[in-house]
Design a protein around this ligand. Structure first.
Ligand code: CO8
Length: 260
């Protein structure tokens, strides 16, 4: 049995982060959250990184939630720390400077659904199931779910999922805009990888700054978001990647980007 709960595999410019705690359906206990945080710190220090896939080990679960056995023993103070840790980890994932794809290979419940929501986009296998069942336990989503789900699918759908605690299948998750694509399980990681490969052919700095403009802009008034876009756009004009991208187009050859 492995003594780590989070595995990071590097393959050229891509990394796959796998939550691997099968005895608890990959549930997030404090230790797993801390390992995820360390994995992200390690990855964000790699300038050559172009994309990350987050997935769960095995064929049954992506992540079945925060660890209920650990939470059961918590008083309010410990719960507050645990919630802060979970939110911090989701924030660190969301802030990775490259595209992060959740490859949801089974149950993505509670904190598991919130982990997927911290990623830039979500692909799911046909057997995936999503839900925020926290109200069944007398709590509410505490790793960002009330905020990120609402921003993604709208207030009413988020309320429906969070108030009922209903579990939905992958097809329904796609219908409501939570999931982008649903594929058979064996095709899930290749599908996620193919998307990252398409992105990796583009200007890395442009992709990074587009992520920043979208994510920061989503929380601003339109006029402020447009101002942010103008700033980022002008910054990029001064980059080696912008010069190379336009020169390559005019010379009718593929660009050779350096990320600067
Ligand atoms: N935590 C701990 N252990 C879990 C969890 C979990 N979230 N999910 C599953 N397990 C364990 C089970 O206890 C079981 O262990 P054992 O074999 O020792 O009995 C093992 O995994 C296998 O699970 P099941 O036997 O239950 O498998 P089934 O196929 O029968 O059911 C389900 C699969 C439907 C996924 C079921 O396991 C289930 O409902 N799990 C719980 C799902 C859930 O409620 N998730 C939300 C948790 S709350 C949360 O995420 C809050 C986040 C924010 C916290 C903020 C705190 C401040």
């Amino acid at each position: 049995m492995s003594d780590v709960n989070v595995r990071v595999e590097l393959d050229g410019p891509f990394a796959t982060v796998t939550v691997d705690r099968p005895k608890s359906l990959n549930a997030l206990d404090s230790r797993t959250l801390e390992e995820l945080e360390k994995a992200c710190a390690h990855l964000s220090g790699r300038p050559e990184l172009r994309g990350v896939i987050v997935t769960g080990a095995g064929e049954k679960a992506f992540v079945a939630g925060a660890d209920i056995a650990e939470m059961n023993g918590m008083d309010e103070t410990r719960a507050r720390h645990f919630g802060a840790l979970g939110q911090r980890v989701m924030d660190v994932i969301a802030a990775l400077p490259v595209p992060v794809v959740a490859a949801v290979n089974g149950f993505a419940l509670g904190g598991g659904c919130e982990l997927a929501l911290a990623c830039d986009f979500i692909y799911a296998s046909e057997n995936a199931r999503f839900g925020l069942p926290e109200v069944s336990l007398g709590i509410l989503p505490g790793f960002g779910g009330t905020q990120r789900l609402t921003r993604l699918v709208g207030r009413a759908r988020a309320k429906e999922l969070i108030f009922t605690g209903d579990m939905i299948d992958a097809a329904r998750a796609r219908e409501i805009g939570l999931v982008l694509d649903v594929v058979p399980l064996p095709k899930l990681l290749p599908h996620a990888r193919a998307a990252l490969e398409r992105v990796a052919q583009k200007g890395p700095l442009a992709v990074r700054r587009a992520k920043e403009a979208i994510d920061r802009g989503a929380d601003l008034e339109l006029a402020d978001g447009l101002h942010l876009e103008r700033e980022v756009f002008s910054d990029l004009f001064d980059s080696a990647d912008r010069r190379e991208g336009m020169k390559a187009f005019l010379e009718k050859r593929p660009p050779s980007f350096t990320g600067r």
